[in-house]
Design a protein around this ligand. Structure first.
Ligand code: PEP
Ligand code: MG
Length: 883
């Protein structure tokens, strides 16, 4: 990569977009690219991302070489716009913005109108013929610079502004006169001098250096760090800085600024979607202080909004803008999120990037773009992030349910959520940490709220439009959001929220419908989502590519049905102990576990057999011929022993022993480490009659089927081949007995889970007995890392925060450790038995990154929760396409 410290674009600069996003940042690369395809982009230059690391390595100082190059970059802009930086007669003003390789909305800081001082402001006043505008720009600049670069609280300036408005008896900023603004500039400069003990920097070059340093500095700010952690963005990427000629959207009624998506980011509909404000600067739209107007007439009419659309007020510019949108979509072959400004009737495109979108929109856009010939099917499959499908699979409000709407705002991000009101980010995190579901309610959100938004189930704001911070971030996170609900008032003193006649306290339950913008009192029931035709289309394309089969972890007929509906190709794990959680069965299972000996167990097993058989028969019927892996009992004892007095009474009755006798038995069975205790096949080794009963139930149920399945009987927590041999003998003997009674045989398989490091190490020997392996990566992670599944939550977050594990290893497979054991077991297992069937059924089976890894190992299938089946199907297709 050439070591260029300043990369010019626009004007007569040579095309530079080939340097790429990694080097120029997403924003910088796109500006270079837009300039190269001839779009009206204000000229500027990019300081590339590697300089960010150099700045931090030098302890927060800009490299000398960069300082020497800045005048060259400025000279390029000066030549292109015909104004000079710092020239009192004809001043050039610039914006300074951050831009990392991927978009980090609201994370990094921006300074506008840079280059203004007491002299240049007069020059701007003369050139624009609008002194009020010049001073308005100056006061905005001082406030922004003081906030972003000098670290002063913006409230200091807002208070001064409010006092000035009170004093003049006006409510709108726009009602302040030129003289008021000039006085305000004086006050702002005094505030800076008083707070800092030194005057505001008036030298434009010093202003520029300060702003560039602040952008680099903000890469390591807490809010950027939190965002990076939540979005897996590496620290070393760094941000680029873009310095660009200022374009003014606040030069009167023929000027405007706006943001737009080339398609509707909520539904994916192919229609221009966006907002604009006449006579305003960019931050006015995003900050949600003034309510923006719609771009198109159709959108305005649909919303019943009063303010005229841009299509009506500036038809010529709107037409040009529409053409730019078409051009940008064709060029990038994706939906774009665009910022634009109109300066005295002239359109400038300030920024374009791939637009964030809901899952529904992602599917529709991918499918529509295939139909429009913009992209191919493979590309459509690659484009949709499997994780976002989760949003589609979330419940929505039951339309028939009673709902008491107490406020309405904008439908900013879809989905429905109920939870306790919390009024700040810290409280959201605290309560969520205690397992409460919460709704974050704010006047408006800012990047400091990211962690709280993430912790919350939904977000409600009193202010802000569809492109406000709250709306954009919530959509990206897949959290339902209602923004700009003007009817609510938050009182931070009493920590209450007023909505109409209701006064709600923090902790009171509300429900949000992010699809309609409604806020409701209490909890409203939800229903399961219906999947659109686009979903089925994309899934069908994905299925064409994937090699991995996708099964589900399920044991109830209802879950099996959901699994099939989502395209599961079998059951990869039926946890038989989960079939006993039912209140009228748990007593029997407890009695079985607590029975003193085989004789005491026999009558209990006899009662359990028909129940199990009926369960399996129903499951086989639902799965109709698809493979079903049934795991024999694996009950970690602490989950199954009686807890309350009533439990003891029930078990005593089921087993015909006294409560006192039972308590003695429970004390005998007490374990220090139940997860490493008498569970898995250890139970079968000590009580083979239990596994024999289960085998009988499985095979008898299979024999009942008109088209019998090939049951896959799975032995859990095996560490040695001998354990498996013993258990297989129990299964085979039982099978012989069942077949003899039935007078016919059916095929069945016996395999094992690989859940212990020892099993992975001796996989070749185990594979001589096992006909299939299923990696139980929950236990394999627990035992390889030596981290208890039940106790990890207390410290694991800190481990991830400190980068000890890049992600929670119980969510995303620890590829370097646990993954290597899986790899080894695959190689050794297939070495001993080439046709060994291989799958994974730990939680990782539904995690896209883990799926990518196991696809590379040549597994036959992944198995995950029914709701994650579509995610796994798409992730498996992407893994195949990436090869
Ligand atoms: C596993 O350990 O990965 C597994 C699937 O079994 P369980 O979660 O039931 O222990
Ligand atoms: Mg397990």
């Amino acid at each position: 990569m050439p070591d260029r410290l300043v990369v010019p674009f626009g004007g007569n600069a040579a095309p530079a977009h080939w340097l790429g996003k990694a080097h120029l940042g997403g924003k910088g690369a796109n500006l270079c690219e837009m300039a190269a395809i001839g779009l009206p982009v204000p000229p500027g230059f990019v300081i590339p991302t590697p300089v960010c690391a150099r700045y931090h390595e030098a302890g927060g100082r800009l490299p000398e070489a960069l300082l020497a190059k800045l005048p060259e970059g400025l000279a390029h802009i000066e030549a292109a716009v015909g104004a000079r930086f710092g020239d009192p007669a004809n001043p050039l003003l610039v914006s300074v913005r951050s831009g990392a390789r991927v978009s980090m909305p609201g994370m990094m800081d921006t300074v506008l109108n840079l280059g203004l001082n007491r002299e240049t402001v007069e020059g701007l006043a003369r050139r624009s013929g609008n002194r009020r505008f010049a001073y308005d720009s100056f006061r905005r600049f001082i406030q922004m610079y003081a906030d972003v670069v000098l670290g002063l609280d913006h409230y200091l300036f807002e208070d001064a502004l409010e006092l000035m408005k009170d004093d003049r008896g006006v409510t709108l900023d726009t009602a302040l006169t030129e003289a008021d603004l000039e006085a305000l500039v004086g006050q702002y400069l005094e505030i800076v001098a008083k707070e800092r003990g030194e005057p505001f920097p008036m030298d434009p070059m010093a202003q520029l250096e300060g702003a560039v340093a602040a952008v680099f500095g903000s890469w390591r700010s807490e809010r950027a760090t939190v965002y990076r952690r939540l979005n897996d963005i590496p620290e070393e990427w760094g941000t680029a800085v873009t310095v660009q000629a200022m374009i003014f959207g606040n030069m009167g009624e023929t000027s405007a600024t706006g943001v737009a998506f080339t398609r509707d980011p909520a539904t994916g509909e192919r229609a221009i979607y966006g907002e604009y404000l006449v006579n305003a600067q960019g931050e006015d739209v995003v900050a949600g202080i003034r309510t923006p107007q719609y771009l198109t007439k159709a959108a305005r009419e649909r919303a019943g909004a009063a303010g005229a659309s841009m299509e009506e007020t500036m038809p010529e510019v709107f037409k040009e803008l529409s053409q730019v949108f078409t051009l940008l979509e064709r060029h990038y072959r994706d939906m774009q999120d665009i910022e634009f400004t109109v300066q005295e009737g002239r359109l400038f495109i300030l920024q374009t990037r791939s637009g964030k979108r809901t899952a529904r929109a992602a599917l529709r856009i991918a499918c529509d773009m295939v139909a429009e010939g913009l992209i191919g099917e493979d590309e459509a499959v690659r484009r949709v992030d499997p994780a976002v499908l989760d949003q589609l699979l979330h419940p929505t409000l039951d339309p028939k349910a009673e709902r008491q709407v107490i406020a309405t705002g904008l439908p900013a991000s879809p989905g429905a959520a109920s939870g306790a009101i919390v009024l700040d980010s810290a409280e959201a995190e605290r309560r969520a940490g205690l397992g409460e579901t919460v709704i974050l309610v704010r006047v408006e959100t800012s990047p400091e709220d990211i962690a709280g938004m993430h912790a919350a189930r939904g977000i409600l704001t009193a202010r802000g439009g569809m492109t406000s911070h709250a709306a954009v971030v919530a959509r990206g996170m897949g959290r339902p959001c209602v923004s700009g609900a003007g009817g609510i008032a938050i009182d931070p003193e009493t920590r209450t929220v007023r909505a109409g006649s209701h006064v709600l306290k923090e902790g009171d339950i509300i429900t949000l419908d992010g699809a309609t913008g409604e806020v409701m009192l209490g909890e409203v029931p939800t229903i399961e989502p219906e999947l659109s035709g686009d979903f089925a289309t994309l899934m069908a394309w994905a299925d064409r590519h994937r090699r991995l089969k996708v099964r589900a972890n399920a044991e109830t007929p209802a879950d099996c049905r959901v699994a099939r509906q989502f395209g599961a190709e079998g059951i990869g794990l039926a946890r038989t102990e989960h079939m006993f959680f039912d209140p009228d069965r748990i007593g029997l299972v407890r009695a079985m576990i607590l029975a003193a000996d085989e004789a005491a167990r026999a009558p209990i097993l006899a009662r359990l057999l028909p129940l199990q058989r009926a369960d399996f028969a129903e499951m086989f019927a639902v799965m109709a011929g698809l493979p079903v892996t049934i795991r024999l009992l694996d009950p970690p004892l602490h989950e199954f022993l009686p807890q309350r007095e009533a439990d003891y009474a029930e078990v005593a009755e089921a087993s015909g022993v006294s409560v006192a006798g039972l308590k003695r038995r429970v004390a005998e069975l007490h374990e220090m480490n139940p997860m490493l205790g008498h569970r898995g096949c250890r139970l079968g080794v000590t009580y083979p009659d239990i596994y024999a009963m289960q085998t009988r139930a499985i095979l008898e149920a299979a024999l009942q089927q008109a088209d019998p399945p090939v049951p896959e009987i799975m032995i859990p927590l095996v560490a040695t081949r001998r354990e498996l041999d013993l258990m297989k003998a129990v299964v085979d003997e039982t099978a012989e007995a069942v077949f003899a009674e039935a007078g016919r045989r059916i095929p069945y398989l016996v395999g094992t889970m690989i859940e212990l490091p020892r099993a992975a190490l001796v996989a070749d020997s185990i594979a001589e007995t096992a006909e299939f392996f299923s990696f139980g990566t929950n236990d394999l992670t627990q035992t390889t890392l030596g981290i208890s599944r039940d106790d990890a939550a207390r410290f694991l977050a800190t481990y991830v925060e400190k980068g000890i594990y890049p992600k929670d290893p119980f969510v995303t497979l620890d590829v370097d450790g646990v993954g290597q054991l899986v790899r080894l077991a695959v190689e050794r297992g297939r070495g001993a038995r080439p046709d060994l069937k291989l799958g994974i059924c730990g939680e990782h089976g539904g995690d896209p990154a883990s799926i990518r890894f196991v696809a590379g190992l040549g597994l036959d299938y992944v198995s995950c929760s029914p709701w994650r089946v579509p995610i796994a199907r798409l992730a498996a297709a992407q893994a195949a396409l990436a090869d």
